[in-house]
Design a protein around this ligand. Structure first.
Ligand code: GMT
Length: 385
């Protein structure tokens, strides 16, 4: 198949999933064309069969707000026509589904059928979609899509409850490449850990875009409590609006020398397996891709019981779940696990097993391929439940 993919190319889960999907589709022999305002940040190294088409937005002085969605629609239609795309797959409803709708309608006039699929990732529904001014257009984008997927049961149910769409929504969960996100050999792990911690120290890791929904200050608070009990270090991967507040808090608490703020990293699969536990105290996660990436690397998550996280994390088996803001609970769980290495080891093993048996790219890719085929063989006109 010839597949166009549009996503937010910057640091964020939906862009990561879209990029990894494109890489896997290309590896399976499909032709993949990314259409976005810049090259997706994880699109490096493995992307020989993938083309990238940049969307340039004209900044004519009259445009106080340059019309990105129109520029995107135009580029989608051009790329689809020039490269004879079979299907477009957009990640994140706003504005991508609207641009795809425009591109599809433009191409109809040239007798080119270009069905499009929208994958809902979370904040497009829970935050952006629920800002009332965006609700009607988000619902329109969903209803006009030829197929719609959500990345968890939670997100599917929320979308149905809040938007009452006409379209059915299929759940295709997020995934990881279990050969890339994989534990390291003992020697490599020890060498890597030595870059960040003294022998005998434990390592916690957090990975996010440091937006308020991630509650990154809770990560520092949790670590501060853990570090009082156990010699430990914290790796903070990523960047975003709340990073400086975390750095300030680390200094104020006098633990800045135990925290490594690593910023945005291209190859998180090389850092995650160095850790003992991953901390994800988010206000909301429709899926929680960072938790899955850690689990695939044999790093169990300590997370919040919100959104789609309970679908991924079985409390006490492959990770731990706590109410939002329960800093003491999360810190206590980490200390408990560090003091019980047999239990921590069993949890790490169970975490990897969950990733391997349920969320490997090899298991999820065929679901997308079958979905594409279904859409290509006729519009998905089944009514919503
Ligand atoms: O969480 C963010 O700020 C980014 C956002 C995105 O669209 O990039 O993440 C959402 O999509 C990810 C990939 O599907 C999910 O793993 C995240 O749970 C989801 N975030 C929320 O629901 C808050």
């Amino acid at each position: 198949m010839k597949i166009g993919i549009t996503c937010y190319p910057t640091y964020g889960g939906s862009g990561v999933v879209a990029t990894e999907l494109g890489i896997e589709l290309a590896a399976a022999g499909h032709q993949v064309h990314f259409i976005a305002y810049s090259q997706p940040f994880r699109l490096r190294g493995r992307e020989q069969e993938i083309a990238f088409h940049e969307v340039a937005v004209s900044n004519y002085p009259l445009f106080e707000y340059p019309p990105y969605d129109l520029a995107l629609a135009t580029r989608m239609a051009e790329v689809a026509a020039y490269y004879e795309l079979d299907i477009l797959h957009v990640h994140y409803a706003i504005p991508h589904s609207i641009s795809a709708y425009l591109a599809r309608e433009m191409l109809k006039r040239q007798n080119h059928r270009l069905p499009f699929i929208t994958t809902l990732h979370g904040t497009d529904i829970t935050l952006v979609g629920l800002d009332h001014s965006y609700l009607p257009i988000t619902r329109f984008g969903i209803d006009q899509s030829d197929g719609v997927t959500a990345i968890s049961n939670y997100l599917r149910e929320t979308t149905i409850q809040e938007f009452h769409p006409d379209r059915t929504i299929e759940v295709i969960p997020n995934f990881v490449n279990c050969d890339v996100y994989t534990p390291l050999s003992e020697a490599d792990r020890a060498a890597g850990r030595a870059r960040y911690a003294e022998p005998g120290e434990k390592i916690l890791v957090h990975l996010s875009n440091f937006r308020p929904v991630k509650r990154t200050a809770d990560v520092v608070r949790i670590f501060s409590r853990v570090a009082r009990e156990i010699p430990a270090r914290l790796l903070m991967i990523g960047d975003g609006p709340d990073r400086s507040a975390c750095e300030w808090m680390a200094h104020r608490k006098g633990i800045h020398d135990r925290i490594h703020f690593l910023g945005k990293q291209g190859s998180v699969s090389e850092i995650l397996p160095l850790a003992d536990l991953l901390v994800l105290p988010s206000e909301l996660e429709s899926f929680g891709l960072a938790a899955l990436e850690g689990m695939a690397c044999r790093v169990p998550p300590i997370a919040t019981r919100v959104g789609g996280l309970p679908e991924l994390i079985d409390d006490g088996v492959n990770g731990r779940l706590f109410p939002v803001g329960d800093v003491d609970g999360m810190a206590g769980a980490a200390v408990e696990l560090f003091r019980d290495p047999v239990r921590l080891e069993a949890m790490a093993e169970a975490a990897r097993l969950t990733a391997r048996t349920r969320y490997c790219a090899s298991k999820i890719l065929p679901l997308y391929e079958r979905f594409y085929e279904r859409i290509l063989n006729g519009p998905d006109s089944s009514p919503a439940e």
